[in-house]
Design a protein around this ligand. Structure first.
Ligand SMILES: NC(=O)c1ccc[n+]([C@@H]2O[C@H](COP(=O)([O-])OP(=O)(O)OC[C@H]3O[C@@H](n4cnc5c(N)ncnc54)[C@H](OP(=O)(O)O)[C@@H]3O)[C@@H](O)[C@H]2O)c1
Length: 314
């Protein structure tokens, strides 16, 4: 496993981390039992993964993770969890809700501290309200040692001006220690402004959902490419219609998904790529992809030429 520093937090984190949300939601969506979830977490730890991402609302993920990590020395892993501030940005929300959520997360995660506490899915228009209304509570939780670092995750929107990331990094870069966003083969727009800003300000970046939703599904990927061609977003001859990314698979690139994780890690602003798999076999192959976390230079340049101008939900 490769390790990187999570921005100014100084935490050393595994380049691949394990998420407990997304389509798999820690296997909850397909009825995985606790024994299987325990095995997955143990395998993650064996493979060198030491960062786990969760959320108060990923089903029972926090509690499952807390149980699976029982008995593992607390210094051997770091936890990220999140709180969903009022979705409509209601400026009269009760700041104590954040403290109550952190207390519940601590109980479920079976710990006395959370390394990174995030506001979930921050929108640009809510940034200042969140800072003004809730940051004092987060600061108190930090003083009490219950929370280490401040962060937020973003939503799947393709206009950087609506994303909390650009706003947070321009208005209050010293306030945010870690952000979570999506950067992948089909979603490169963060590389234009956001990733360079994060790097400049020492803000750690966790890369979420870098592979889903199109890349694990060959038919959906081919349909998407056909649609983008028909809309003129891609030229007809820029990429094959059948198995459009198959040309990436050679040498140590085992699969299109392997290529996607490598691409997702290959930016100096990215500290860790969160994989959302609930399969040990997939986890092992994702870890292998991280052994050499970059594609051939020519392939990477070709991917940038093909997709970097595209801002779509993919
Ligand atoms: N706004 C937010 O705060 C936010 C939003 C999204 C995600 N997140 C966090 O980021 C984490 C990662 O996002 P994600 O779950 O969307 O992750 P992802 O790793 O990009 O995508 C997960 C999907 O890819 C499949 N997959 C992964 N590795 C595979 C492989 N080797 N072969 C075949 N299929 C594979 C998984 O299916 P299998 O289970 O079958 O492997 C699953 O359907 C989440 O779990 C969550 O913790 C946060």
């Amino acid at each position: 496993m490769n390790y990187r520093t999570l921005g100014r937090t100084g935490l050393r984190v595994s380049l691949l981390s394990q998420g407990t949300g997304g389509p798999s939601q820690f296997g909850q969506r397909r009825g995985a039992d606790q024994a299987e979830q325990d095995r997955l977490i143990r395998r993650c730890l064996d493979l060198g993964i030491d960062l786990f991402d969760t959320h108060e609302s990923y089903g029972d993920s926090e509690a499952i993770l807390g149980r699976a990590l029982r008995g593992v020395p607390r210094g051997e892993y770091a936890l990220v969890t999140k709180w969903a501030y009022p979705r409509d940005g209601d400026p009269s929300g009760d700041p104590k809700d954040l403290a109550r959520s952190v207390e519940r997360s601590l109980r479920r995660l079976n710990t006395d501290h959370i390394e990174v506490m995030m506001f979930h899915g921050l929108l640009a228009e809510h940034h200042d309200m969140v800072v003004e209304r809730y940051m004092p509570v987060l600061e108190r939780l930090r003083e009490q040692g219950k929370v280490g670092y401040r962060g937020f995750s973003t939503r799947y929107i393709v206009d950087p001006h609506q994303s909390g990331a650009l706003t947070g990094l321009t208005r209050a870069p010293d306030l945010w220690d870690v952000i979570m966003l999506k950067f992948g083969i089909l979603n490169q727009w963060a590389a234009r402004e956001i990733l360079p800003l994060a790097l400049r300000h020492g803000v750690g970046v966790l890369n979420m959902a870098a592979v889903r939703i199109r890349l694990p599904k060959p038919d959906l990927l081919a349909e998407t490419i056909a649609e983008w061609k028909s809309r003129g977003l891609l030229t007809r001859d820029s990429i094959p219609d059948a198995n459009p990314l198959g040309w990436l698979v050679r040498g140590d690139v085992e699969s299109v998904i392997g290529a996607a994780y490598k691409f997702a890690a290959d930016h100096p602003a990215i500290s860790s790529v969160i994989t959302g798999t609930s399969s040990i076999e997939h986890m092992e192959s994702n870890v292998r992809a991280m052994e050499r976390p970059y594609l051939r230079q020519a392939d990477r340049v070709r991917l940038e030429r093909i997709f970097s101008h595209i801002a779509e939900y993919a």
